[in-house]
Design a protein. Structure first.
Length: 195
């Protein structure tokens, strides 16, 4: 008899979007769209991509005492996003192209960077062509996301760069739903119905 513990294979949700189901996901993650950066048997890490804060990229760079160049252009007015409730004092940058910085993880044709060097490039106008900066992240321990998925707390759909980078934040939830053939988040309800 083999005493080694067999773990159930997980469905890898990396590079997927999670859509919080109304009435199932509460608190700071209610009504969110989360890009899953990493999902393993140890847990998952994702970034909320539809919750802009009042802080702009220019404000963030000034707080980090990075001198702004005129070349930064319109990027300084872009919002910084609430990435999730974990480590809200730490910055995460999803960007294209996936140029390697000090602490970049390649996620296909985009990258996740947590080192200051990407922001130094942004401040002088040499940053990534497309980016989304968050403070904080959403995290799940081993088996936690799988459990929430089994309780229908989240819908998942393939991520697209258009939804992540090009679409206004308030349209991202409905655009992701549309990939599933659902016309609008108005059609989803947290209330159970009876015939």
């Amino acid at each position: 008899m083999n005493d080694t513990k067999q773990t159930e294979p997980i469905v890898d949700l990396s590079k997927q979007l999670l859509l919080a189901m109304p009435g199932k996901v509460m608190g700071s993650l209610a009504n969110t769209v989360i890009y899953i950066c990493e999902h393993t048997d140890q847990g998952a890490l994702g970034l909320v991509i539809n919750r802009p804060t009042d802080l702009t990229v220019g404000d963030l760079l000034k707080r980090l005492e990075l001198p702004l160049s005129l070349e930064i252009g319109a990027q300084q007015e872009a919002p910084v996003f609430f990435g999730g409730p974990v480590q809200t004092d730490r910055g995460f940058v999803l960007h294209m192209p996936p140029k390697g910085y000090g602490s970049s993880i390649q996620l296909g044709d985009i990258a996740l960077t947590t080192s200051r060097d990407v922001l130094q490039d942004v401040a002088v106008g040499k940053g990534p062509d497309q980016m989304l900066i968050t403070l904080g992240y959403a995290g799940w321990g081993a088996g936690q996301l799988e459990e929430e998925m089994s309780q229908n707390a989240w819908l998942n759909v393939a991520a697209t760069n258009q939804i992540i980078f090009d679409m206004p934040p308030e349209q991202r939830y409905d655009a992701a739903l549309a990939q599933l053939g659902i016309e609008s988040s108005v059609m989803l309800s947290g209330d159970a119905g009876h015939a």
